[in-house]
Design a protein around this ligand. Structure first.
Ligand code: FAD
Length: 390
């Protein structure tokens, strides 16, 4: 086991850290941010700066303008990017675009890559991924999907409603998951590619949520007789859930990477405060009750990084890492939440105000325990693997 950074990894870490510190941090108070995420104008401005620094969409193959990072290299770069809540937006390695780009690189035809991956990797458009529905539809259990795509000549006609669709507002591409009906037969879930805006796709509303880091917010989307040509099926009909796995295992790990950087930021803010603020004749950090909380942060940061790096290594071996990514998602999302919670506590009243980033980071990381599989669903899936088959 070699945990040392290669010269390339060291260079990537240094360049990303410098870019975040010198270029992105000064934008953190930019007014072009709302509870529904940074605006597209701000995103584009930051993307242009990242491109100039040679750091735009680093996860993509160089053919698409990226750096072709391995999963381990992503772990290093995305953690640094996550140190600012604007960092992943700037580098264009934020959800859902990053997961979508990864899936398109792995699954899409050359024609689809030229049409959608090229502008997406360049940051000319954003994308969204539409799977989740309100009860009784697809949620933790995607097989409950109610949105249908019915074959009609050269087209599929899609009807249904999705919600919590990140970035739908203002995206240029939507990847839609729908139950496919051909000649009255259920052919399983299929992914469809669709330019936005489109006749037949209505963004009903942008939902108020606990967090606010993703451009375009989280939307309720309605499909009203949306016609999608057969040529715009991603990959093959009926393989939607399989492609979702191609997307989800790495995507949930990259969330871990980015939020690890954010938790490190919260920890740094808390350590700084604890070293300056005095109570009962000494600095807070000299009180064991505070010092131990910060020591527990160090332990959680370290173990999170190890879980991420191990899973990245498994992915770099070409394996699907379903088990490892579930373990990492649960362990890291819960560890990072403990860190954020401790940081709020160490900051006292300041911790719940908007005067530091800690309160924002606490909210962002809370949501992470739900998306890309709630902790309970990952535990349930891990436990199923332990059950003795009758
Ligand atoms: C900020 C945010 C962004 C999102 N972005 C997108 C997006 O871009 N595209 C998209 O398609 N979806 C998106 N989602 C939806 C997300 O993937 C779902 O919220 C998630 O899959 C859970 O589904 P659900 O909300 O329907 O919860 P439900 O299925 O209703 O489950 C509710 C709770 O039940 C419990 N539970 C469920 N199953 C089990 C089980 N087997 N064992 C034990 N407990 C269980 C869990 O605690 C779970 O939290 C987003 C969600 C959030 C919060």
């Amino acid at each position: 086991m070699d945990f040392s950074l290669t010269p390339r990894e060291q260079d990537l870490q240094d360049r990303t850290r410098t870019f975040i510190r010198d270029v992105v941090l000064p934008y953190e108070k930019d007014k072009r941010q709302s509870p529904h995420g940074p605006s597209d104008a701000l995103r584009r401005e930051l993307n242009a700066l990242a491109q100039r620094a040679g750091l735009l969409a680093p996860q993509c193959d160089p053919h698409w303008g990226g750096l072709g990072l391995s999963h381990r290299e992503r772990a290093i770069v995305f953690e640094e990017a996550g140190y600012s809540l604007l960092g992943p937006i700037a580098l264009h390695c934020m959800a859902p675009d990053e997961g979508n780009m990864h899936m398109l690189e792995a699954v899409a035809s050359e024609a689809h890559k030229q049409r959608w991956l090229k502008p997406l990797a360049a940051g000319d458009i954003r994308s969204c991924f539409a799977m989740t529905e309100q009860a009784p539809g697809a949620g933790s259990d995607p097989s409950a999907m109610t949105t249908t795509a019915v074959a009609d000549g050269d087209h599929f006609v899609i009807n249904g409603e999705k919600w919590l669709i990140t970035g739908a507002n203002g995206a240029g591409l939507m990847i839609i998951m729908a139950r496919t009906m051909i000649d009255g037969q259920d052919r399983g879930a299929t992914m469809f590619m669709c330019d936005l805006p489109a006749k037949g796709i209505v963004v009903d509303r942008t939902i108020d949520t606990i967090e606010e880091s993703m451009t375009g917010g989280h939307c309720v989307v309605r499909f009203e007789n949306l016609r999608v040509h057969r040529d715009d099926v991603l990959g093959e009909v009926g393989r939607g859930f399989r492609y979702a796995q191609v997307r989800l295992a790495p995507a949930r790990l990259t969330h871990c990477m980015r939020w690890l950087g954010a938790a490190r930021r919260a920890h740094d803010i808390a350590v700084d405060y604890a070293n300056r603020r005095k109570a009962f004749g000494k600095t807070l950090i000299e009180h064991e009750g505070v010092g131990f909380q910060l020591a527990d942060n160090l332990i959680d940061l370290h173990l999170s990084r190890l879980a991420i790096w191990h899973c990245a290594w498994v992915l770099d071996q070409g394996r699907d890492a379903r088990t490892e990514s579930s373990i990492a998602k649960v362990a890291v999302s819960e560890a990072l939440f403990r860190i954020a919670d401790r940081c709020v506590q160490v900051l006292g009243g300041m911790g719940v105000t908007g005067d530091t980033l800690v309160e924002r980071i606490f909210r962002e990381i809370r949501a992470f325990r739900i998306y890309d599989g709630p902790s309970e669903v990952h535990r349930w899936s891990l436990a199923r693997g332990l059950a003795v088959k009758a």
